[in-house]
Design a protein around this ligand. Structure first.
Ligand SMILES: Cc1cc2nc3c(=O)[nH]c(=O)nc-3n(C[C@H](O)[C@H](O)[C@H](O)COP(=O)(O)O)c2cc1C
Length: 207
């Protein structure tokens, strides 16, 4: 069996913060299960939001020459794309949104140019998120965003780990199950297990 690769976009400006700790646990689990893992901190990257220039409309290639250009091929090569972001104003962070918007070039390839860039792979998408409050609807908006993002990059949205009630830096270490569950999720996704039955994991179709 070929080794799986897991690419993770960490979308918090706070290094060592809650979503990054969640991401690190997820990657630990994935590596334990034998995957090659890579974490990219989006706030370290020069990534512009989409400027709606239409430059990708005919070629499926983004014309903005920034650090996103290299990431398109990283996305294409990965088996599992994971996005982690805290909730900022009921949304993903600005840098995460820039990553999402720049998938417009891949959306054009898929839906306008009818190109298939999966190279026969079945790419999967995982979303990890944290927020300070505990509202029922806290993650509803970002789940919808991720649904469309993963569709644009030709990944099946496999599931999400959504942690409420963590605010201060690294407070997630005190959470009863978040980091353990992230590690288990990383292991499970790489091992090809059914994650829909896992406790505390949101999967499409679940309310
Ligand atoms: C600009 C800003 C906006 C935020 N908006 C929300 C919000 O709408 N809902 C919420 O529950 N938490 C909100 N938070 C709290 C963060 O989601 C929370 O502190 C989280 O644990 C930060 O994760 P991090 O350490 O990975 O950056 C906000 C924090 C900041 C800095």
């Amino acid at each position: 069996m070929t080794q799986k690769s897991v690419l993770l976009f960490s979308g918090s400006p706070r290094k060592g913060g809650n979503s990054e700790l969640l991401a690190d646990s997820f990657l630990e689990g994935a590596a334990d299960a034998g995957a090659r893992v890579e974490k990219i901190r989006l706030y370290k990257k020069d990534i512009w939001p989409c400027i709606e220039c239409g430059g990708c409309d005919e070629t499926g290639q983004c014309v903005l020459q920034d650090e996103m250009i290299a990431l398109y091929s990283s996305i294409e090569d990965a088996d599992v794309i994971t996005v982690s972001s805290p909730i900022f104003f009921y949304n993903i962070t600005s840098k995460t949104q820039a990553l999402v918007e720049r998938s417009q070039a891949m959306w054009v390839r898929k839906y306008v140019l009818k190109q298939n860039d999966t190279h026969g792979k079945k790419r999967q998408g995982i979303f990890l998120s944290v927020g300070a409050t505990k509202g029922k609807l806290l993650f509803d908006g970002v789940i919808r965003v991720m649904r469309y993002y993963f569709d644009a990059i030709n990944a099946d949205f496999a599931g999400a780990l959504l942690i409420r009630g963590v605010e201060k830096k690294a407070e997630i270490k005190e959470h009863p199950f978040a980091l353990d569950r992230a590690r288990q999720l990383g292991q499970a996704i790489v091992s090809g297990q059914d994650i829909s039955t896992m406790e505390d994991i949101w999967t499409p179709g679940k309310k």
